[in-house]
Ligand binder design. Structure first.
Ligand code: NAD
Ligand code: ADE
Length: 425
Protein backbone atom coordinates (compact mmCIF):
# COMPACT_ATOMS: atom_id res chain seq x y z
CA UNK A 1 0.00 0.00 0.00
CA UNK A 2 1.47 3.37 -0.94
CA UNK A 3 1.56 6.26 1.53
CA UNK A 4 -1.04 8.12 -0.56
CA UNK A 5 -3.56 5.27 -0.30
CA UNK A 6 -2.95 4.92 3.42
CA UNK A 7 -3.76 8.61 3.84
CA UNK A 8 -6.86 8.44 1.68
CA UNK A 9 -9.89 8.20 3.90
CA UNK A 10 -11.68 4.92 3.29
CA UNK A 11 -13.34 1.93 4.93
CA UNK A 12 -13.35 -1.10 2.68
CA UNK A 13 -12.94 -4.80 3.36
CA UNK A 14 -9.53 -5.50 1.90
CA UNK A 15 -7.40 -3.27 -0.32
CA UNK A 16 -5.55 -6.30 -1.70
CA UNK A 17 -8.73 -7.16 -3.67
CA UNK A 18 -8.10 -4.11 -5.88
CA UNK A 19 -6.57 -5.93 -8.92
CA UNK A 20 -9.67 -8.13 -9.33
CA UNK A 21 -11.91 -5.10 -8.88
CA UNK A 22 -9.98 -3.15 -11.52
CA UNK A 23 -10.32 -6.00 -14.00
CA UNK A 24 -14.06 -6.32 -13.40
CA UNK A 25 -14.68 -2.55 -13.54
CA UNK A 26 -12.96 -2.49 -16.91
CA UNK A 27 -15.06 -5.44 -18.15
CA UNK A 28 -18.28 -3.65 -17.12
CA UNK A 29 -17.04 -0.50 -18.87
CA UNK A 30 -17.10 -2.34 -22.20
CA UNK A 31 -20.91 -2.50 -21.94
CA UNK A 32 -21.24 1.14 -20.92
CA UNK A 33 -20.50 3.09 -24.10
CA UNK A 34 -22.87 5.97 -23.34
CA UNK A 35 -21.30 6.64 -19.97
CA UNK A 36 -17.86 6.40 -21.60
CA UNK A 37 -18.74 9.17 -24.07
CA UNK A 38 -20.03 11.31 -21.21
CA UNK A 39 -16.85 10.65 -19.23
CA UNK A 40 -14.70 11.71 -22.17
CA UNK A 41 -16.63 14.98 -22.48
CA UNK A 42 -16.51 15.55 -18.72
CA UNK A 43 -12.73 15.08 -18.80
CA UNK A 44 -12.49 17.93 -21.33
CA UNK A 45 -15.06 20.28 -19.84
CA UNK A 46 -14.67 19.63 -16.07
CA UNK A 47 -18.27 20.53 -15.18
CA UNK A 48 -17.74 19.52 -11.55
CA UNK A 49 -14.61 21.51 -10.79
CA UNK A 50 -14.91 22.71 -7.19
CA UNK A 51 -17.99 20.54 -6.53
CA UNK A 52 -18.12 18.19 -3.53
CA UNK A 53 -20.23 15.18 -4.39
CA UNK A 54 -21.50 12.22 -2.39
CA UNK A 55 -22.75 9.10 -4.16
CA UNK A 56 -24.78 6.67 -2.07
CA UNK A 57 -25.17 3.74 -4.46
CA UNK A 58 -24.77 0.00 -4.64
CA UNK A 59 -20.99 -0.32 -4.91
CA UNK A 60 -20.80 -2.38 -8.09
CA UNK A 61 -18.60 -2.40 -11.19
CA UNK A 62 -21.18 -0.16 -12.89
CA UNK A 63 -21.24 2.36 -10.06
CA UNK A 64 -17.44 2.40 -10.22
CA UNK A 65 -17.65 3.52 -13.86
CA UNK A 66 -20.02 6.30 -12.81
CA UNK A 67 -17.73 7.42 -10.00
CA UNK A 68 -14.75 7.45 -12.38
CA UNK A 69 -16.72 9.58 -14.87
CA UNK A 70 -17.68 12.08 -12.16
CA UNK A 71 -14.10 12.31 -10.96
CA UNK A 72 -12.94 12.83 -14.56
CA UNK A 73 -15.36 15.76 -14.59
CA UNK A 74 -13.53 17.33 -11.66
CA UNK A 75 -15.82 16.22 -8.82
CA UNK A 76 -14.42 15.81 -5.33
CA UNK A 77 -16.44 12.64 -4.93
CA UNK A 78 -16.86 10.05 -2.20
CA UNK A 79 -18.86 6.86 -2.39
CA UNK A 80 -20.84 4.99 0.25
CA UNK A 81 -23.00 1.87 0.00
CA UNK A 82 -26.75 2.30 -0.41
CA UNK A 83 -27.42 -1.13 1.07
CA UNK A 84 -25.53 -3.23 3.64
CA UNK A 85 -25.43 -6.32 1.40
CA UNK A 86 -24.84 -4.95 -2.09
CA UNK A 87 -21.18 -3.91 -1.97
CA UNK A 88 -18.66 -5.68 -4.18
CA UNK A 89 -15.58 -5.54 -1.97
CA UNK A 90 -13.07 -5.84 -4.82
CA UNK A 91 -14.67 -2.86 -6.55
CA UNK A 92 -14.56 -0.78 -3.37
CA UNK A 93 -10.86 -1.63 -3.01
CA UNK A 94 -10.03 -0.73 -6.60
CA UNK A 95 -11.77 2.63 -6.39
CA UNK A 96 -9.58 3.51 -3.41
CA UNK A 97 -6.31 2.07 -4.71
CA UNK A 98 -6.53 2.70 -8.45
CA UNK A 99 -8.78 5.74 -8.68
CA UNK A 100 -8.08 7.59 -5.44
CA UNK A 101 -11.80 7.76 -4.65
CA UNK A 102 -12.69 7.50 -0.94
CA UNK A 103 -15.12 4.61 -0.43
CA UNK A 104 -16.96 3.61 2.75
CA UNK A 105 -18.63 0.29 2.06
CA UNK A 106 -18.18 -3.30 3.18
CA UNK A 107 -20.39 -6.16 2.09
CA UNK A 108 -22.34 -7.38 5.12
CA UNK A 109 -21.83 -4.19 7.16
CA UNK A 110 -24.33 -3.90 9.99
CA UNK A 111 -26.98 -1.18 10.17
CA UNK A 112 -24.92 0.88 12.64
CA UNK A 113 -21.94 0.90 10.25
CA UNK A 114 -24.26 1.75 7.35
CA UNK A 115 -25.60 4.78 9.22
CA UNK A 116 -22.09 5.79 10.30
CA UNK A 117 -21.10 5.77 6.61
CA UNK A 118 -24.09 7.97 5.77
CA UNK A 119 -22.79 10.45 8.34
CA UNK A 120 -19.24 10.24 6.97
CA UNK A 121 -20.75 11.08 3.58
CA UNK A 122 -22.41 14.16 5.04
CA UNK A 123 -19.14 15.13 6.79
CA UNK A 124 -17.83 15.57 3.23
CA UNK A 125 -20.13 18.63 3.08
CA UNK A 126 -21.63 17.74 -0.30
CA UNK A 127 -22.97 20.20 -2.85
CA UNK A 128 -24.55 17.35 -4.78
CA UNK A 129 -25.94 14.07 -3.45
CA UNK A 130 -26.53 11.09 -5.71
CA UNK A 131 -28.94 9.00 -3.69
CA UNK A 132 -30.36 5.51 -4.14
CA UNK A 133 -33.22 5.18 -1.67
CA UNK A 134 -32.88 8.72 -0.22
CA UNK A 135 -31.17 7.79 3.04
CA UNK A 136 -28.51 10.52 2.72
CA UNK A 137 -31.09 13.15 1.83
CA UNK A 138 -33.38 12.07 4.70
CA UNK A 139 -30.47 12.18 7.17
CA UNK A 140 -29.44 15.61 5.90
CA UNK A 141 -32.94 16.94 6.45
CA UNK A 142 -33.43 15.26 9.83
CA UNK A 143 -30.00 15.77 11.36
CA UNK A 144 -27.87 18.23 9.35
CA UNK A 145 -30.15 21.18 8.55
CA UNK A 146 -27.15 23.51 8.85
CA UNK A 147 -25.62 21.91 5.71
CA UNK A 148 -28.65 22.53 3.50
CA UNK A 149 -27.35 25.90 2.23
CA UNK A 150 -24.37 24.02 0.67
CA UNK A 151 -26.66 21.78 -1.37
CA UNK A 152 -27.09 22.52 -5.09
CA UNK A 153 -29.38 19.52 -5.44
CA UNK A 154 -29.79 15.78 -5.28
CA UNK A 155 -30.42 13.08 -7.83
CA UNK A 156 -32.47 10.00 -6.97
CA UNK A 157 -32.62 6.89 -9.08
CA UNK A 158 -34.95 4.44 -7.42
CA UNK A 159 -38.73 4.30 -7.17
CA UNK A 160 -38.68 4.00 -3.38
CA UNK A 161 -36.40 7.05 -3.08
CA UNK A 162 -38.78 9.06 -5.25
CA UNK A 163 -41.73 8.07 -3.06
CA UNK A 164 -39.76 9.31 -0.03
CA UNK A 165 -38.84 12.59 -1.77
CA UNK A 166 -42.50 13.16 -2.67
CA UNK A 167 -43.37 12.67 1.01
CA UNK A 168 -40.60 15.11 2.05
CA UNK A 169 -41.96 17.69 -0.40
CA UNK A 170 -45.51 17.18 0.89
CA UNK A 171 -44.23 17.73 4.45
CA UNK A 172 -42.55 20.98 3.31
CA UNK A 173 -39.03 19.83 4.22
CA UNK A 174 -37.52 19.42 0.74
CA UNK A 175 -36.00 22.86 0.26
CA UNK A 176 -33.71 22.11 -2.70
CA UNK A 177 -34.12 20.61 -6.18
CA UNK A 178 -34.10 16.83 -6.58
CA UNK A 179 -33.69 15.28 -10.01
CA UNK A 180 -36.06 12.36 -10.61
CA UNK A 181 -33.72 10.05 -12.50
CA UNK A 182 -36.15 7.13 -12.11
CA UNK A 183 -38.69 9.05 -14.19
CA UNK A 184 -36.46 9.10 -17.28
CA UNK A 185 -37.72 6.65 -19.90
CA UNK A 186 -34.16 5.47 -20.47
CA UNK A 187 -34.05 4.56 -16.77
CA UNK A 188 -37.23 2.82 -15.62
CA UNK A 189 -38.17 1.19 -18.96
CA UNK A 190 -34.86 -0.66 -18.97
CA UNK A 191 -33.29 -0.72 -15.50
CA UNK A 192 -36.44 -1.49 -13.51
CA UNK A 193 -37.93 -3.81 -16.12
CA UNK A 194 -35.16 -5.68 -17.98
CA UNK A 195 -32.46 -5.09 -15.36
CA UNK A 196 -34.52 -6.26 -12.40
CA UNK A 197 -36.12 -8.98 -14.52
CA UNK A 198 -32.81 -10.61 -15.38
CA UNK A 199 -30.78 -9.89 -12.27
CA UNK A 200 -33.48 -10.98 -9.80
CA UNK A 201 -33.62 -14.40 -11.39
CA UNK A 202 -29.81 -14.39 -11.54
CA UNK A 203 -29.69 -13.75 -7.77
CA UNK A 204 -32.24 -16.49 -7.05
CA UNK A 205 -30.40 -19.00 -9.21
CA UNK A 206 -26.98 -18.15 -7.74
CA UNK A 207 -28.38 -18.44 -4.21
CA UNK A 208 -30.30 -21.69 -4.71
CA UNK A 209 -29.25 -23.30 -8.00
CA UNK A 210 -32.85 -24.47 -8.44
CA UNK A 211 -34.66 -25.09 -11.71
CA UNK A 212 -37.30 -22.47 -12.45
CA UNK A 213 -39.08 -24.43 -15.19
CA UNK A 214 -42.28 -25.92 -13.91
CA UNK A 215 -42.22 -23.97 -10.63
CA UNK A 216 -45.10 -21.74 -9.55
CA UNK A 217 -43.61 -18.31 -8.95
CA UNK A 218 -45.65 -15.56 -7.31
CA UNK A 219 -44.56 -12.06 -8.33
CA UNK A 220 -45.84 -9.52 -5.82
CA UNK A 221 -46.39 -6.17 -7.53
CA UNK A 222 -46.77 -5.59 -11.28
CA UNK A 223 -45.00 -2.26 -11.66
CA UNK A 224 -41.87 -1.88 -13.79
CA UNK A 225 -39.83 -4.35 -11.76
CA UNK A 226 -42.70 -6.81 -11.43
CA UNK A 227 -43.38 -6.79 -15.19
CA UNK A 228 -39.74 -7.59 -15.94
CA UNK A 229 -39.53 -10.27 -13.28
CA UNK A 230 -42.78 -11.96 -14.33
CA UNK A 231 -41.79 -11.81 -18.01
CA UNK A 232 -38.39 -13.40 -17.42
CA UNK A 233 -39.73 -16.04 -14.99
CA UNK A 234 -42.31 -17.02 -17.63
CA UNK A 235 -39.51 -17.18 -20.19
CA UNK A 236 -37.68 -19.66 -17.95
CA UNK A 237 -40.73 -21.92 -17.94
CA UNK A 238 -42.26 -20.96 -14.59
CA UNK A 239 -46.01 -20.71 -14.00
CA UNK A 240 -46.32 -17.13 -12.87
CA UNK A 241 -49.00 -15.73 -10.56
CA UNK A 242 -49.19 -11.97 -9.99
CA UNK A 243 -50.64 -10.20 -6.95
CA UNK A 244 -51.49 -6.48 -7.07
CA UNK A 245 -53.45 -3.79 -5.26
CA UNK A 246 -53.83 -1.51 -8.31
CA UNK A 247 -56.78 -2.57 -10.51
CA UNK A 248 -55.18 -1.24 -13.72
CA UNK A 249 -51.91 -3.11 -13.15
CA UNK A 250 -53.93 -6.21 -12.26
CA UNK A 251 -55.77 -6.07 -15.63
CA UNK A 252 -52.46 -5.53 -17.40
CA UNK A 253 -51.00 -8.62 -15.71
CA UNK A 254 -54.09 -10.66 -16.60
CA UNK A 255 -53.92 -9.54 -20.25
CA UNK A 256 -50.20 -10.29 -20.32
CA UNK A 257 -51.26 -13.85 -19.60
CA UNK A 258 -50.62 -14.20 -15.87
CA UNK A 259 -52.99 -15.53 -13.23
CA UNK A 260 -53.95 -12.73 -10.84
CA UNK A 261 -55.30 -13.32 -7.33
CA UNK A 262 -54.98 -12.04 -3.78
CA UNK A 263 -51.90 -13.03 -1.78
CA UNK A 264 -53.99 -15.05 0.68
CA UNK A 265 -54.79 -17.41 -2.20
CA UNK A 266 -51.46 -17.17 -4.06
CA UNK A 267 -49.64 -18.06 -0.84
CA UNK A 268 -51.11 -21.56 -1.02
CA UNK A 269 -49.87 -22.18 -4.59
CA UNK A 270 -46.40 -20.65 -4.75
CA UNK A 271 -43.15 -22.59 -4.79
CA UNK A 272 -41.41 -19.24 -4.78
CA UNK A 273 -42.38 -15.63 -3.97
CA UNK A 274 -40.64 -12.50 -5.26
CA UNK A 275 -41.67 -9.14 -3.80
CA UNK A 276 -41.15 -5.99 -5.90
CA UNK A 277 -43.65 -3.48 -4.51
CA UNK A 278 -41.65 -0.93 -2.49
CA UNK A 279 -44.32 -1.54 0.16
CA UNK A 280 -44.20 -2.93 3.68
CA UNK A 281 -45.12 -6.47 4.79
CA UNK A 282 -46.68 -7.59 1.54
CA UNK A 283 -45.89 -11.12 2.73
CA UNK A 284 -46.75 -11.58 6.40
CA UNK A 285 -47.69 -14.04 9.13
CA UNK A 286 -51.01 -15.22 7.75
CA UNK A 287 -49.33 -15.93 4.38
CA UNK A 288 -46.49 -17.98 5.89
CA UNK A 289 -49.15 -20.03 7.70
CA UNK A 290 -50.62 -21.33 4.44
CA UNK A 291 -47.45 -21.64 2.33
CA UNK A 292 -46.18 -25.01 1.16
CA UNK A 293 -43.37 -26.73 3.03
CA UNK A 294 -40.07 -25.53 1.53
CA UNK A 295 -41.52 -22.43 -0.15
CA UNK A 296 -38.83 -19.88 -1.06
CA UNK A 297 -39.38 -16.16 -0.42
CA UNK A 298 -37.21 -13.29 -1.56
CA UNK A 299 -37.38 -9.58 -2.30
CA UNK A 300 -36.06 -7.34 -5.05
CA UNK A 301 -37.69 -4.12 -3.84
CA UNK A 302 -35.42 -1.42 -2.45
CA UNK A 303 -35.72 -1.95 1.31
CA UNK A 304 -35.88 -5.12 3.39
CA UNK A 305 -39.38 -4.34 4.61
CA UNK A 306 -41.50 -6.22 2.09
CA UNK A 307 -41.34 -9.61 3.85
CA UNK A 308 -42.32 -9.63 7.53
CA UNK A 309 -39.31 -11.57 8.78
CA UNK A 310 -40.10 -10.77 12.41
CA UNK A 311 -43.42 -12.60 12.04
CA UNK A 312 -41.62 -15.52 10.39
CA UNK A 313 -39.01 -15.60 13.18
CA UNK A 314 -41.71 -15.65 15.84
CA UNK A 315 -43.25 -18.74 14.19
CA UNK A 316 -39.88 -20.52 13.93
CA UNK A 317 -37.99 -22.79 16.28
CA UNK A 318 -34.73 -22.62 14.31
CA UNK A 319 -33.08 -20.62 11.54
CA UNK A 320 -30.19 -22.27 9.72
CA UNK A 321 -27.96 -21.22 6.85
CA UNK A 322 -28.26 -23.85 4.13
CA UNK A 323 -26.23 -22.07 1.42
CA UNK A 324 -24.75 -18.58 1.10
CA UNK A 325 -27.64 -16.08 1.12
CA UNK A 326 -30.10 -18.92 1.78
CA UNK A 327 -31.63 -19.39 5.23
CA UNK A 328 -34.14 -22.03 6.21
CA UNK A 329 -36.67 -21.09 8.87
CA UNK A 330 -37.94 -24.23 10.57
CA UNK A 331 -41.44 -23.44 11.79
CA UNK A 332 -42.84 -24.74 15.06
CA UNK A 333 -45.52 -26.41 12.91
CA UNK A 334 -42.78 -28.57 11.37
CA UNK A 335 -42.64 -27.11 7.86
CA UNK A 336 -39.90 -24.83 6.65
CA UNK A 337 -39.75 -21.58 4.67
CA UNK A 338 -36.57 -20.55 2.86
CA UNK A 339 -35.58 -16.87 2.84
CA UNK A 340 -33.01 -15.54 0.39
CA UNK A 341 -30.62 -12.64 0.99
CA UNK A 342 -32.11 -11.76 4.40
CA UNK A 343 -35.05 -10.20 2.55
CA UNK A 344 -32.76 -7.57 0.99
CA UNK A 345 -32.66 -6.99 -2.75
CA UNK A 346 -31.71 -10.44 -3.96
CA UNK A 347 -30.25 -9.28 -7.28
CA UNK A 348 -27.55 -7.30 -5.49
CA UNK A 349 -27.15 -9.52 -2.42
CA UNK A 350 -26.65 -12.84 -4.21
CA UNK A 351 -25.73 -11.66 -7.71
CA UNK A 352 -24.14 -8.53 -9.18
CA UNK A 353 -27.20 -6.36 -9.74
CA UNK A 354 -28.32 -5.26 -13.16
CA UNK A 355 -26.11 -5.99 -16.13
CA UNK A 356 -23.85 -3.11 -17.18
CA UNK A 357 -25.71 -2.48 -20.43
CA UNK A 358 -28.80 -1.22 -18.61
CA UNK A 359 -26.85 0.60 -15.90
CA UNK A 360 -25.15 2.44 -18.79
CA UNK A 361 -28.40 4.32 -19.37
CA UNK A 362 -29.30 4.72 -15.68
CA UNK A 363 -25.90 6.15 -14.88
CA UNK A 364 -25.80 8.30 -18.01
CA UNK A 365 -28.96 9.86 -16.56
CA UNK A 366 -27.30 10.25 -13.15
CA UNK A 367 -24.22 11.90 -14.68
CA UNK A 368 -26.24 14.28 -16.86
CA UNK A 369 -28.62 15.06 -13.99
CA UNK A 370 -25.65 16.15 -11.85
CA UNK A 371 -24.35 18.32 -14.68
CA UNK A 372 -27.84 19.81 -15.16
CA UNK A 373 -28.00 20.71 -11.45
CA UNK A 374 -24.63 22.48 -11.63
CA UNK A 375 -25.52 24.31 -14.85
CA UNK A 376 -28.82 25.45 -13.33
CA UNK A 377 -27.51 26.20 -9.86
CA UNK A 378 -29.86 28.60 -8.04
CA UNK A 379 -32.42 28.54 -10.88
CA UNK A 380 -34.42 25.39 -10.06
CA UNK A 381 -37.36 25.42 -7.66
CA UNK A 382 -37.20 23.14 -4.61
CA UNK A 383 -38.86 19.77 -5.22
CA UNK A 384 -38.72 17.03 -7.80
CA UNK A 385 -37.65 17.72 -11.40
CA UNK A 386 -37.83 15.34 -14.31
CA UNK A 387 -34.78 14.81 -16.48
CA UNK A 388 -35.33 17.08 -19.51
CA UNK A 389 -36.78 15.06 -22.40
CA UNK A 390 -33.95 16.10 -24.71
CA UNK A 391 -31.39 14.49 -22.37
CA UNK A 392 -33.48 11.31 -22.21
CA UNK A 393 -33.64 11.21 -26.02
CA UNK A 394 -29.95 11.98 -26.33
CA UNK A 395 -29.16 8.99 -24.09
CA UNK A 396 -31.49 6.78 -26.13
CA UNK A 397 -29.89 7.92 -29.41
CA UNK A 398 -26.37 7.28 -28.11
CA UNK A 399 -27.41 3.85 -26.85
CA UNK A 400 -28.99 2.93 -30.18
CA UNK A 401 -25.84 4.03 -31.97
CA UNK A 402 -23.72 1.91 -29.65
CA UNK A 403 -26.04 -1.05 -30.30
CA UNK A 404 -25.57 -0.56 -34.06
CA UNK A 405 -29.26 0.14 -34.60
CA UNK A 406 -30.46 2.90 -36.90
CA UNK A 407 -34.05 4.12 -37.08
CA UNK A 408 -36.16 6.19 -39.46
CA UNK A 409 -36.52 9.95 -39.33
CA UNK A 410 -39.66 11.93 -40.11
CA UNK A 411 -40.05 13.17 -43.68
CA UNK A 412 -40.91 16.84 -44.25
CA UNK A 413 -44.42 15.73 -45.27
CA UNK A 414 -44.84 13.79 -42.01
CA UNK A 415 -43.65 16.70 -39.89
CA UNK A 416 -46.11 18.98 -41.63
CA UNK A 417 -48.94 16.42 -41.20
CA UNK A 418 -48.23 15.91 -37.51
CA UNK A 419 -48.35 19.68 -36.96
CA UNK A 420 -51.61 20.30 -38.81
CA UNK A 421 -55.26 19.74 -37.92
CA UNK A 422 -56.97 20.66 -41.20
CA UNK A 423 -56.61 17.33 -43.04
CA UNK A 424 -58.98 14.66 -41.64
CA UNK A 425 -61.31 12.23 -43.43
P1 NAD B 1 -43.74 0.61 -9.34
O1 NAD B 1 -44.36 1.71 -8.56
O2 NAD B 1 -43.68 0.68 -10.83
O3 NAD B 1 -44.45 -0.78 -8.97
C1 NAD B 1 -44.77 -1.20 -7.68
C2 NAD B 1 -46.07 -2.00 -7.80
O4 NAD B 1 -46.34 -2.64 -6.56
C3 NAD B 1 -47.28 -1.10 -8.11
O5 NAD B 1 -47.94 -1.59 -9.26
C4 NAD B 1 -48.15 -1.22 -6.86
O6 NAD B 1 -49.52 -1.14 -7.15
C5 NAD B 1 -47.74 -2.60 -6.35
N1 NAD B 1 -48.04 -2.81 -4.94
C6 NAD B 1 -47.94 -1.94 -3.89
N2 NAD B 1 -48.33 -2.53 -2.75
C7 NAD B 1 -48.67 -3.81 -3.08
C8 NAD B 1 -49.17 -4.93 -2.34
N3 NAD B 1 -49.41 -4.83 -1.02
N4 NAD B 1 -49.40 -6.09 -3.00
C9 NAD B 1 -49.20 -6.18 -4.33
N5 NAD B 1 -48.73 -5.16 -5.08
C10 NAD B 1 -48.49 -3.99 -4.46
O7 NAD B 1 -42.27 0.43 -8.74
P2 NAD B 1 -41.02 -0.32 -9.42
O8 NAD B 1 -40.27 0.64 -10.24
O9 NAD B 1 -41.48 -1.60 -9.98
O10 NAD B 1 -40.15 -0.59 -8.10
C11 NAD B 1 -40.56 -1.52 -7.10
C12 NAD B 1 -39.50 -1.60 -6.01
O11 NAD B 1 -38.29 -2.10 -6.59
C13 NAD B 1 -39.12 -0.25 -5.40
O12 NAD B 1 -38.78 -0.45 -4.05
C14 NAD B 1 -37.89 0.16 -6.19
O13 NAD B 1 -37.11 1.11 -5.53
C15 NAD B 1 -37.22 -1.18 -6.32
N6 NAD B 1 -36.24 -1.32 -7.41
C16 NAD B 1 -35.32 -2.31 -7.21
C17 NAD B 1 -34.36 -2.53 -8.19
C18 NAD B 1 -33.35 -3.60 -7.97
O14 NAD B 1 -32.23 -3.48 -8.45
N7 NAD B 1 -33.69 -4.67 -7.26
C19 NAD B 1 -34.34 -1.76 -9.36
C20 NAD B 1 -35.33 -0.79 -9.56
C21 NAD B 1 -36.28 -0.59 -8.56
N1 ADE C 1 -29.03 -1.23 -9.03
C1 ADE C 1 -29.36 -2.37 -9.65
N2 ADE C 1 -28.32 -2.93 -10.26
C2 ADE C 1 -27.26 -2.12 -10.04
C3 ADE C 1 -25.91 -2.17 -10.44
N3 ADE C 1 -25.43 -3.16 -11.20
N4 ADE C 1 -25.11 -1.18 -10.02
C4 ADE C 1 -25.61 -0.17 -9.26
N5 ADE C 1 -26.88 -0.07 -8.87
C5 ADE C 1 -27.71 -1.04 -9.25
Amino acid sequence: MTATIAKLNHEVKDLSLAPLGKQRISWAGREMPVLKLIKERFAQEKPFAGIRLVACCHVTTETANLAIALKAGGADAILIASNPLSTQDDVAASLVVDEGIPVFAIKGEDNATYHRHVNIALDHKPNIIIDDGSDVTATLIQERQNQIPDIIGTTEETTTGIVRLQAMFKDGVLSFPAMNVNDADTKHFFDNRYGTGQSTLDGIIRATNILLAGKTIVVVGYGWCGKGTAMRAKGMGANVIVTEIDPVKAIEAAMDGFRVMPMAEAATYGDMFITVTGNKHVIRGEHFDVMKDGAIVCNSGHFDIEIDLEALKSKSSEVRIVRPFTEEYVLKSGKSIVVLGEGRLINLAAAEGHPSAVMDMSFANQALACEYLVKNKGKLEPGLHSIPKELDREIASLKLKAMGITIDTLTAEQISYMNSWTSGT
